[in-house]
Structures are given as C-alpha cells and as structure tokens.
Write a protein that binds this ligand. Structure first.
Ligand code: SF4
Length: 285
C-alpha cells in the first residue's frame, strides 16, 4: 500500500452519512494499493459526470476531469485512445449513467473500451433534491412523483451483460473491503469494467436498512458463465423482499476497442485488411 496522500484541499460538501464517502474511501484505498504495487500515479486519470457523485473529481489528488451529464463513457474513450498507457476510471450517478447517458454506456460496453466505470447508484437525483431516476423503485415518492413513480426500475447489470461488458459487478458502500477488492479487479481488468455500487442517499432516499437487511456476498458463483451471471443479475428486481447479491457477476477477456483501432499508437485506417463484404453478406443470406 502506497502512503501517497490522495486527499485534496477541496472542502467536502457531501451530506453527512452519504454513501459517496464509502466510494471515495474505497477508490482511495484501491488506487493506493495499485500504486504501491507499481502503478505510476501519473498514469491514472479519473473522470466524473454531473451530480453529487461528480464532486469526487475534486476529492482525489490525481489527474481528474469534470465531464458533462451522461458523457463520462465517451470522455473515458477519448482519454484511453489518446494514451493507451493510462488507467482510466470513470464515475457517474445512476441518473447520469442510466438516464442521460445510457446509450453512451451501452456503446462503451459493446465496444469493450478498456476503461472502468463505477456507478454511484442511489436511485434518486440527489443534487436536484430528490427526483426519481431509472433505478428508483415503482411507487417512489420523489419531488417529481409526489404520488409515487408509475415506472418499473431498469436492471443495470442485465443491460451491461446484454451489451457485451466483459466485467460486471455490484458493490455496496458499507462493505468497504469488498468494494476495494472489486475496484482493484475492475481497474486491472483488460476491457470494459462496470461496477454498480449501491450508494444510499442519506438525505433523499435512505436505503441503508433495506440494503443491510438484504445484501449478501456472492459465493460459489462461476463468473465466466454468462447465463449464471444473468440469473444472478435477475435475482434482485428492486422488490422489497428480494435478496441482493454483491460481488463479481461476470468476467471474460475479449479484444478491446483500443487494441482493434490502434496499433503502435497509429490509427489502423488504411493499413488493416479490408474485410470481404460480399463474402460476409453471402454468409448472412
Ligand atoms: Fe449524498 Fe444524497 Fe446528500 Fe447528494 S443529496 S450528497 S447523494 S446524501
């Protein structure tokens, strides 16, 4: 573990009790551990989107970039393509990632961009004081849905598995060591690594008791088995009675986007073998 101090002079303005503190503590420990193992700190870039989560870019003393709403995944892609030596870690809220930016998230998973995405999933827009998001449970009585949301929540893990993500995990902010381990494995993974972190919003949607009562750690799960991962991902549909597995659901190694598009730092356009489109079309008919 490196003794590098990753704290900054910025005043932390998250509410007391916010789950974001757990994510900040976990990423600090994960990065310090990786730096201690030889990762040069100047080779780490952190980017965030818009929302309470995004302030994390102010609280980590490394190269950081404040992105725009929903656009963290393409920001990470650009950084990675500009310098393949970098470890690129993105943070986004559930509204940011699954609302404004869902198509970007899906395309990054589909392309297997070699970056890590960590989602602060609190099922509420906290910065704008409590509106429902794509992961809010049906009936959620937020500021924009005072009579309860009429929508069912989406399942981010199922979406990521269907989109081609090669590392899919879920963590919980109060399980700090478990989350640190997931983050280290995600950052070390070659390809698109995704962690949905259950992050209670203490002020607008306090889910600590619900998660403490229902979360359990995955054991005896084969993370190379896509169907097993899908089954585990479906175990929690954000219903009251469901058990909530956390851990590594799925991991495989596939060629990455930057491997396919770049070689020796040069774009391959005009240098790679052009596929025989007639033969491809014939094989599809
Ligand atoms: Fe955390 Fe919610 Fe406060 Fe935002 S509003 S800092 S998510 S507790």
């Amino acid at each position: 573990m490196s003794d590098l101090d990753l704290t900054t002079y910025a005043e932390n303005t998250w509410c007391k009790g916010c789950g974001n503190f757990g994510i900040l503590a976990a990423i600090n420990q994960a990065l310090k551990s990786l730096i201690g193992e030889g990762l040069p700190p100047e080779n780490v870039v952190v980017a965030s989107g818009i929302g309470c989560h995004a302030k994390i870019a102010d609280y980590i003393d490394l190269n950081t970039f404040y992105s725009i709403h929903g656009r963290v995944p393409p920001t990470l892609t650009g950084i990675k393509l500009a310098n393949r030596n970098l470890k690129v870690v993105g943070f986004a809220g559930d509204g940011d990632a699954y609302g404004e930016g869902l198509s970007h998230l899906i395309m990054s998973a589909k392309r297997n961009v070699d970056v890590t995405m960590i989602i602060h999933d609190n099922s509420v827009y906290g910065l704008t004081t409590g509106q429902f998001t794509p992961t809010s449970p049906a009936g959620f009585p937020g500021r924009s849905t005072p009579r309860g949301s009429i929508e069912e929540p989406l399942n981010p893990l199922e979406i990521m598995l269907a989109s081609g993500a090669t590392f899919v995990a879920r963590g919980y902010t109060t399980k700090l060591e478990h989350l640190v381990d997931l983050m280290k494995r995600a950052i070390n993974h070659k390809g698109f690594a995704f962690i949905d972190v259950l992050q209670p919003c203490f002020t607008f949607f306090n889910t600590y008791k619900y998660y403490n009562d229902h979360v359990y750690e995955l054991e005896d799960h084969d993370a190379s088995d896509l169907e097993a991962a899908r089954a585990k991902a479906r175990e929690w549909q954000r219903g009251e009675a469901d058990k909530i597995p956390v851990g590594l659901f799925y991991q495989v190694e596939e060629p990455t986007f930057d491997e396919k598009i770049l070689r020796d730092g040069m774009v391959l356009a005009g240098k790679h073998e052009v596929p025989d489109i007639k033969r491809i079309l014939k094989s599809m008919s």
